[in-house]
Design a protein around this ligand. Structure first.
Ligand SMILES: [Zn+2]
Ligand SMILES: [Zn+2]
Length: 307
């Protein structure tokens, strides 16, 4: 069988410049699992909508404030009412996943969930804007005050502040309607990345699929030693990520969701029929992508990982 899902970096798509013409990056809503849609509406960061049968769950909130309208439009396009969102689950605190939490909370009254570890980072970085710049040919991530001249000159603005209402407890699954979502803290990309695991049954075929989403697979620069030191994080974060990826890769997963479309070569494989999720049933994808990402971190530490 030809493997169509694999880690596939896409140069340029994360640049602010390309996202200033975000309409050129718009994509339709499509089904990713029997009751799961990607409603992110652009070709970069995914927003997953789960129809639990008793209200909606949203995982992440979109790339930036400029594309919030796409998220709301794609929720409607998928046949749902945004006002039925009961819970907003955030994979990690970075702005490209949390930027519309406030707006969607105001619209729906939904709970906002984050890990305690990333709530510390969220509070630390309130009213800050991030950018990735090339220094000596290497990407380096920086956070600057949104009110600074530098931020203004770069045309950056802070997101609307949001308050977290609930914290994940990996021993207590999140239950709503027909869905029981288990969480797992997966530090690395940030100290509090959270991954999600659940089953989803297609009533038409009677088939049940194991679905998983790793909350943070971006490794460069985030898990490079100089970046970790710059952010005040222990270097163990990178090694914990490697260990966790190898462990998690052993889990049987039928459908691997991807928080960024490039992390599993999703974009070229979005089905023409937005309701046909069958292309995403690929039991190799989860393990392949996790091991690829773990190996990418290992390559950053050649003295530690000699094999
Ligand atoms: Zn991130
Ligand atoms: Zn991201």
């Amino acid at each position: 069988m030809e493997k169509i899902f694999y880690y596939a970096p896409t140069a340029g798509r994360l640049e602010d410049k390309s996202m200033n013409v975000h309409w050129e990056h718009a994509i339709p809503a499509y089904k990713n699992a029997p009751h799961v849609w990607n409603v992110g509406g652009q070709d970069n960061v995914c927003v997953f909508l789960i129809d639990t049968g008793d209200g909606l769950i949203l995982i992440d909130t979109g790339l930036n404030a400029e594309t919030c309208y796409l998220v709301i439009d794609r929720i409607c396009q998928s046949g749902h009412d945004p006002r039925d969102i009961k819970k907003i689950l955030l994979t990690h605190w970075h702005n490209d996943h949390t930027c519309n939490a406030r707006v969607l909370h105001e619209l729906t009254g939904a709970e906002i969930w984050l890990s305690r570890e990333d709530e510390i980072e969220h509070k630390k970085h309130e009213n800050m804007v991030g950018s990735i710049d090339l220094v000596d040919g290497k990407p380096v991530m920086s956070w600057i005050d949104a009110d600074s001249e530098e931020a203004k000159l770069a045309g950056k603005h802070a997101d609307y502040p949001y308050e977290v209402t609930n914290f994940y407890d990996d021993d207590k699954p999140i239950v709503l309607g027909n869905f029981t979502i288990r969480t797992k803290l997966c530090p690395g990309h940030t100290p509090g990345v959270t991954s999600f695991f659940f089953e989803d049954t297609d009533e038409e075929t009677g088939k049940t699929y194991k679905v998983a989403l790793h909350g943070g697979l971006g490794v460069n620069p985030m898990m490079r030693e100089d970046q970790l030191k710059k952010d005040g994080y222990p270097v163990e974060l990178a090694h914990r990520f490697v260990k966790d990826c190898y462990e998690l890769a052993k889990l049987p997963v039928d459908i691997a969701l991807s928080s960024h479309l490039n992390q599993a070569n999703i974009l070229p494989n979005i089905p023409k029929d937005p309701n046909d999720y069958s292309v995403f049933v690929a039991d190799y994808a989860w393990a392949d992508v996790l091991i690829n990402r773990a190996d990418a971190v290992k390559a950053l530490y050649p003295d530690v990982y000699k094999d």
